[in-house]
Design a protein around this ligand. Structure first.
Ligand code: ATP
Length: 578
């Protein structure tokens, strides 16, 4: 318990003072609660001795009333110090985790399942938020009460108190076994929960594919499998832990029986006064209650530990820009120097070198899987190169904070991601400090103003989840408007017109022309006609090496991969369904 209190205090940050005070109040409240026992003892003593009188009754009344008032005061203070701390602390933690997630390399997301991350952010943090503080307070009260009652009993009759205390170490053995089981199982259960949320996420995100291919049964059975696993893990655990919990409680029940027998025996044998015997009988059924509670709740402690482990697992994941400096770039040419890169064991780029001067357009072409998008990811520092270096304006991107690199870059992806928010907010995401007029101007340049004003709520229209209420072309133009507002000196375009109809493609081309003016541009495109005017075209081979580099005309005039790609591209444009 001390360990978990320490962990909660460590993550509590600026709320630590309030939390400690609330724990102190909980401690004082328990002390007051236990002190009432003393009044009970005195009352029994005076009654059995026949020395009770009005003054003593008044004295007891005052004592108990004072204790009750102090309990009320300490409880109130405990609530005041505690109120909202769990929510505020976890809300802070969520923000910090969100910030951390923004700064992690894309490698983290490849290695970590989305369901896992989401279950840390939701289930785990909600559990800590709702349970931890209040629960720890109760545990502290229970612990303090148990110690105070035991000490008090030692004053009354140390023989009986000693006998009663022996059951604590006896119960310690099953308690330890329960804790061990909880430790092992909590991680397994968290894992099963994470798997379930991951499959559920996948199920919901791919619902259209599942419906279209009538895979509901198949996907459903996968979901059923993970749910079954969760059920089995939880049930198995309950079955294993139930006998141990029974044993743990049994120790205290035996203790209760033994104390009852002993005190009656001592009383009959005249080695205990009636008042002491009655006190033990009165207390018998509350004596072990705090320890029973603590033992039964040890599962919650373990679960809290597992939740904290998973949360700290993310917080401790190394940042890729830990050593990055806050460098502001002044020029924006891009140089690849002998860059090699692998996703884990999978080698993708090998010894890639070239120079893209400022304000020029570089196109990257090559067969599928040759590493074109990977090159863009490396420029934006979504990943770091394995060997060699990438320099922007003469600065190795690894020497810069990721934010500093990204503030100079606009990326337009093949699939434009829009948030479940208004169109205006989605465009303004490119630059939060812009006026409504500037948003409109960007939308006009991106050729989306016309369709936006035709919508019933215009710029205030809320876009459906992941932009689902707009067409692919419309989403893409809103994403370009967003990039226009950002006005970054480097623009990376990754297959922006793939899967777009010709009408939209023309509008998107015009929007892109506005976006790339005066910028250093990198474009990945399969439709080679679209990149004919690039200053240089890099031709990547499936081996991840540069096979050719030059202008469209240069490359057409020389033998090599480009000619093949060009011919294939021409064929595709004349493709039709017969
Ligand atoms: N996050 C990742 N983890 C592991 N492998 C990856 C990851 N992203 C891409 N790859 C692999 O790296 C290789 C290069 O991928 P990349 O997307 O850069 O190719 P590309 O040339 O852009 O392909 P395409 O033209 O089909 O879009 C591919 O084999 C791909 O499967």
């Amino acid at each position: 318990m001390l360990n978990i209190i320490g962990r909660i205090l460590r993550i509590s940050g600026k709320y630590r003072g309030r939390l400690i005070l609330s724990f102190v109040m909980s401690f004082l409240e328990s002390t007051m609660a236990s002190s009432s026992l003393f009044a009970v003892y005195l009352a029994l003593k005076w009654i059995t001795e026949g020395t009770i009188d009005t003054a003593r009754i008044a004295y007891l009344f005052l004592f108990l009333s004072g204790a009750a008032l102090l309990r009320y005061l300490f409880k109130l203070l405990e609530y005041i110090f505690q109120s909202g701390v769990g929510y505020e602390m976890i809300s802070d933690k969520r923000l910090r985790l969100g910030e951390k997630l923004l700064h992690l390399s894309m490698g983290f997301y490849s290695d970590t399942d989305a369901g896992n991350i989401s279950s840390v952010l939701n289930a785990d943090l909600v559990f800590i938020e709702n349970t931890s503080i209040n629960f720890l307070s109760k545990m502290i009260s229970g612990f303090v009460s148990a110690i105070l009652i035991t000490v008090f009993l030692f004053f009354i009759d140390w023989h009986v108190a000693l006998m009663a205390s022996i059951f604590y170490p006896a119960a310690w053995l099953p308690a330890k076994a329960i804790q061990k089981m909880y430790s092992k199982n909590s991680a397994m259960r968290q894992q099963a929960h994470a798997e379930t949320s991951s499959v559920m996420l996948e199920y919901l995100q791919g619902i259209h594919v599942i419906k279209a291919f009538r895979l509901a049964g198949k996907q459903g059975s996968r979901l059923e499998r993970v749910l079954k696993r969760l059920e089995v893990v939880s049930y198995d655990f309950e079955m294993k832990v139930a006998p141990l919990i029974g044993l743990y409680l049994c120790c205290f029940h035996l203790g209760t029986a033994l104390i009852l027998g002993t005190v009656v025996f001592f009383y009959i044998g005249a080695s205990m006064t009636l008042s002491s015997m009655l006190l033990f009988v009165v207390m018998l059924f509350t004596f072990y209650a705090p320890m029973e509670l603590i033992g039964l709740s040890s599962g919650i402690l373990r679960l809290m530990n597992a939740c904290l482990d998973r949360m700290e697992g993310i917080m401790d994941y190394p940042l890729m820009d830990e050593d990055g400096e806050d460098i502001r770039l002044t020029s924006f040419d891009i140089v690849f120097k002998n860059v090699s890169f692998a996703y884990g064991q999978k080698q993708v780029l090998s010894d890639v070198s070239f120079h893209a001067p400022e304000h020029t357009m570089t196109a990257i072409v090559g067969p599928s899987g040759s590493g074109k998008s990977t090159m863009l990811n490396l420029i934006a520092r979504f990943w770091d190169v394995g060997q060699g270096s990438i320099e922007i304006g003469g600065v190795d991107v690894r020497n810069m904070k990721c934010n500093r690199v990204l503030e100079n870059i606009s990326v337009v992806f093949q699939k434009a991601y829009l948030f479940h928010d208004t169109i205006e907010s989605n465009i303004r995401f490119g630059n939060p400090h812009t006026t409504h007029q500037e948003v409109i101007a960007a939308a006009q340049k991106a050729h989306c103003h016309e369709f936006i004003v035709r919508l019933k709520n215009g710029y205030d229209t809320v876009i459906g989840e992941a932009g689902s209420t707009l067409s692919g072309g419309e989403r893409q133009r809103i994403a370009i408007a967003r990039s226009l507002l950002k006005d970054a000196p480097i623009v990376l375009l990754d297959e922006v017109t793939a899967n777009i109809d010709p009408e939209n493609e023309k509008l998107i081309q015009q929007a892109i022309n506005a976006l790339v003016r005066e910028k250093t541009v990198f474009v990945v495109a399969h439709k080679l006609a679209a990149i004919k005017n690039a200053h240089q075209i890099i031709v990547l081979g499936i081996d991840g090496k540069i096979h050719q580099i030059g202008s469209h005309q240069d490359l057409l005039n020389s033998d090599g991969l480009y000619i093949d790609l060009w011919k294939k591209s021409q064929k595709i444009s004349s493709w039709s369904i017969r």
